[in-house]
Design a protein around this ligand. Structure first.
Ligand SMILES: [Zn+2]
Length: 679
């Protein structure tokens, strides 16, 4: 504070400090309302109050004297109580409704500025503090590197047309993920952010709060711990939710901030499964089937749907239906690991297989040859693309369904879990005007997600970015996306030819998988475009022989390639049950071989929040090989991959396994996980 106090007035200081803290907190909230375009009237009222507050307490000489003196303590306390009362009123009013941004006039901002200026003249230090905490949401996002000024302006323009709130607009434009937005808002409002996707909701909580009640009041019940209900809200000023939960449980709920996407993803399915236990439903189906009274025409579609929905609930990337001599096993691939799901009676096997084949428009009479197909379906109010593959096995057809959500958002490259040096290297590469950048890894290593997050590094408002994909996995704003259709003759080659006439700057090719796509990549880059693509290869250096195998010319490859990033996804240790442990000598040796001295590491003990797996969510590890003159010459002269690997390491490549060990040492994942994924 810009005020000198004597030590004996410490109680008074504390009171004033608290009051300033209160002011700061209130200010934070105001900024959130303002920027999110919520409750314009409330913002005005709040600011009008601040105006009055400042006039009476910071401008009035007498009041100021009181503020400076211990004798003024009682008055301060009274004012404090009054402030609290007022905040309560304000909160209730704000919660009444969201007011579209177009109703916001300049007034709140003008008042805000006035307040800042005014308070600065009274108390310089407090003024600075407020100003810092008062960074508008847009500025904050820009400062965090999540948004550019140009993007903010585009969003503000669109917002004027649609009247939607700013956050929603930024998310729908693909400038920001719902998660990034929520985390920023959480930081401002002092609430803790919670990722619903990596949290196991408790059935107990879901049963306590009826679905309609939670929906109406805009929250989701999370869990009950020591008799206290936790809830997730999306709007930090949603006091109605808090009041409602209080009313229903008789205790103040613990409040977390969750993002719109997570809420949309989880809410419907959580309530569905809280009511319909999959195991119980399956037992009902089995009973009916065994009694011989089952209406198969009804049961089979229901069963198919239940198995797919269970996969979606578990966030499985693939659903496997594997026949055995006696039964049909259902597996789910979750976070990269195959997990046992269900066991079904053998008699449903042919019916289930036929049902899925019909949905994917496959030939049900053909059971001896492999087939591929796809269908799109909505589950829990969200659209999914399901890619079906059948392969005949000795016990019948084996089915794998790949589950793709078509409403993905571009993740920021800095949120993928890659180390900072890798991110910085990638950023520099995106400034190049031409050349090839490849992301490699096996299936399910997250290369597509990384490829798309690369697009966020490009200035999509200034560069014409086109994509040729099979299939289009993420739908993006400001990007011209096309999906090839080999059957109808719209191939990678023909679409590339067409797109070349569309004045592109950057081309994203879904995958280099054969001679044709390899040629397109080379041609694209030598004609002056930046080309981004993925390749199926185990590591960065292994990509070179793979590309040569696909018929790329040594000279062209060595002259057009800019960099190769190889990556893997590894499971993250659950935050709630993470524990430290002593490494064994054998394990320590693994680290010392990589030149690291590590004695202790972490693991997840398993808890209700991670479904006892000890893991929650995934993070990426990557190695980057930047083309140097030396590497180019080695490729051109046909040198061994070992020689290229040595040169790449001299050029700064940190091998995947070493990078994995770094993440173990940093406590993000376990040694076993790195060995499973990279070892
Ligand atoms: Zn856990």
């Amino acid at each position: 504070m810009g005020i000198q106090w004597s030590d004996s007035y410490s109680v008074g200081i504390e009171a004033i400090d608290n009051q300033h803290k209160e002011l700061l907190a209130r200010f934070d909230r105001l900024i959130v309302y303002c920027e999110a375009g919520r409750g314009a009237e409330d913002i005005r009222q709040a600011l009008a109050f601040l105006e009055e507050y400042v006039n009476t307490h910071f401008n009035d000489e007498e009041a100021l004297m009181k503020l400076h003196r211990f004798s003024g303590y009682q008055e301060q306390r009274a004012q404090h109580a009054y402030c609290k009362e007022w905040i309560k009123t304000l909160r209730a009013e704000v919660a009444v409704g969201e007011i579209p941004a177009r109703h916001l006039t300049e007034t709140p901002k003008q008042l805000l500025n006035w307040f800042l200026k005014h308070i600065s003249t009274v108390d310089v230090e407090l003024g600075t503090m407020l100003r810092n905490s008062a960074a508008p949401l847009g500025d904050l996002l820009i400062a965090k590197g999540l948004l550019t000024l140009k993007q903010l302006n585009v969003a503000l323009n669109q917002q004027r047309v649609t009247g939607a709130i700013l956050g929603e607009t930024l998310i729908s434009l693909g400038f920001l993920t719902a998660q990034e937005f929520a985390k920023t808002i959480a930081g401002q409002s002092g609430l803790e952010y919670l990722d619903l996707r990596t949290f196991s909701l408790s059935d107990q909580a879901l049963r306590l709060i009826p679905k309609e009640t939670a929906q109406k009041n805009g929250y989701i019940p999370l869990e009950i711990r020591d008799g206290v209900l936790s809830i997730g809200i999306m709007n930090p000023s949603n006091v109605v939710a808090v009041d409602n939960a209080f009313h229903l449980t008789g205790a103040q709920p613990k409040v977390f901030l969750v993002d719109y996407d997570g809420y949309g993803d989880i809410f419907e399915r959580a309530y569905f499964f809280a009511k319909n236990s999959v195991q119980q439903r399956l037992e009902e189906f089995s009973d009916k089937l065994n009694s011989g009274k089952a209406d198969l025409g009804v049961i089979i579609p229901e069963l198919t749907e239940l198995l797919i929905m269970d996969g979606i609930l578990k966030m499985a990337s693939d659903i496997h239906m594997t026949p055995s001599p006696e039964v049909l096993h259902v597996f789910y691939r979750i976070d990269g690991v195959l997990t046992y799901g269900h066991c079904l009676p053998k008699l449903v096997q042919p019916l289930l297989v036929s049902r899925i084949k019909i949905m994917a428009q496959l030939d049900i009479t053909e059971q001896r040859l492999p087939q591929d197909g796809a269908f799109t379906q909505q589950y829990f109010k969200k659209k999914y693309d399901l890619r079906v593959s059948t392969v005949p096995t000795i016990y019948g057809e084996n089915i794998v369904i790949r589950v793709l959500s078509t409403q993905g958002a571009l993740r920021h490259i800095s949120t993928l879990g890659l180390n900072e040096a890798v991110v910085e290297t990638m950023r520099q590469l995106f400034n190049k005007s031409h050349g090839i950048i490849l992301i490699t890894g096996p299936t399910g290593s997250g290369k597509t997600t990384t490829l798309y997050s690369c697009l966020r590094e490009l200035d999509l408002l200034e560069k014409n970015v086109i994509t040729i994909e099979d299939p289009v996995e993420y739908h993006l704003n400001f990007v011209r996306q096309t999906e090839v259709n080999e059957k109808s003759g719209y191939t990678f080659a023909s679409s590339a030819r067409t797109f070349m006439r569309q004045d592109p700057d950057v081309m994203l090719l879904g995958e280099i998988r054969d001679k044709e796509t390899a040629q397109i990549a080379i041609r694209g880059s030598i004609t002056g475009h930046l080309l981004l693509s993925t390749l199926h290869a185990t590591d960065a250096v292994a990509s070179i022989p793979r590309l040569l195998d696909l018929g790329m010319d040594k000279l062209l490859l060595s002259s057009t390639l800019l960099a190769i990033l190889a990556q893997r996804l590894v499971r993250r240790i659950c935050f709630y049950c993470k524990e430290e442990y002593e490494l064994t000598d054998k394990e320590r040796a693994i680290f010392s071989n990589a030149g690291m001295d590590v004695k202790r590491a972490y693991r997840g003990a398993g808890c209700s929040r991670c479904g006892n797996s000890g893991f929650a969510g995934r993070t990426s590890i990557a190695e980057v090989m930047i083309m140097s003159v030396e590497i180019r010459e080695l490729i051109y002269s046909g040198a061994s991959t070992e020689a290229i690997f040595q040169a790449a390491q001299r050029g700064g490549l940190v091998p995947l396994f070493t990078e994995g060990l770094n993440q173990v040492a940093a406590g993000y994942t376990t040694l076993q996980e790195i060995q499973r994924v990279v070892g």
